[in-house]
Design a binder for this molecule. Structure first.
Ligand code: 5HY
Length: 252
């Protein structure tokens, strides 16, 4: 079987350490993956149980890089950074030889393919600035009509009460009616399981970055495209990394 169509193994990295959220994302990823694609869901051994700001992202980045290296050693066909801040994305692309896709960039790209403007619905107000930074970094600022936070912590999505999910739904309805957007991006990996039902109920594309990232990696693989090693995403310059960083040394 040519490499274009052989079954793929995709590493799904939840940068936070909450196993319940990892499972929610893994289940959604497996539902949308092509037949034969294996989703290998992981999270860092150590780190933050949820990522809700710049400090948490800094902590998470090392765990992401450690998992990317393990995935590379296991020969996976692609890596997904399944946190809406896309923590460590460019550093992970230096480490990886296969595609690395962040769920924020994946969702934003998909939104621009189906609508001229989209809204983002995320968790805490303090993380809105992270989404704004990504919009600027990825060049999507003019496509984003509005950003909203449900003002609940990330792990409220995993508490079983359904309160956070209802607030996401209510904000999506307001965004559909008020923002002038043609699509809505869910701004948290923990919302991955809400997208399809909300799309059906509200009659507007509600986009989850986990699903988008799975299909983008499958597409890149089918096109035999992978992370460019020409220029700034080449493998890191080899040097003696000390302490816990020593494990991150990669040989080309
Ligand atoms: C995420 N935090 O997707 C982000 C969402 C956020 O632990 N997983 C996290 O609200 O920034």
């Amino acid at each position: 079987m040519s490499s274009i169509h052989r079954p793929l193994r995709i590493q799904l990295i939840n940068p936070n350490t909450s196993l319940a959220m990892t499972e929610v994302m893994a289940t959604t990823a497996r539902q949308v993956a092509s037949s034969g694609t294996e989703i290998i869901a992981v999270c860092p051994r150590e780190g933050a149980p949820s990522i809700e700001g710049h400090f948490d992202e800094a902590i998470a980045t090392l765990g992401v890089l450690e998992q990317v290296k393990l995935g590379r050693e296991a020969g996976v066909d692609g890596h997904i950074i399944a946190c809406f801040g896309d923590p460590g994305l460019l550093a992970a692309r230096e480490l990886a030889s296969k595609p690395v896709i962040g769920i924020a960039e994946a969702a934003m790209h998909m939104a621009t393919l189906v609508a001229t403007r989209f809204s983002i619905v995320t968790t805490l107000p303090r993380t809105l600035v992270i989404a704004r930074h990504l919009l600027h970094q990825y060049g999507f600022e003019r496509h984003c009509a509005a950003l909203h936070a449900i003002d609940l912590p990330v792990l409220s999505l995993e508490d079983g009460s359904g309160v956070a999910q209802q607030k996401v739904r209510e904000q999506c309805i307001r965004s559909k009616n008020n923002d002038g957007s043609g699509a809505i991006v869910l701004g948290c990996g923990g919302m991955a399981d809400l997208a399809q039902e909300l799309t059906q109920e509200l009659g507007i594309p509600v986009i989850d970055g986990v699903s988008a990232a799975v299909r983008l990696i499958e597409s890149l693989s089918a096109l035999q495209l992978t992370t460019s090693k020409h220029g700034d995403l080449d493998f890191p310059i080899e040097k003696p990394l000390s302490g816990r960083f020593n494990g991150l040394n990669v040989r080309k």
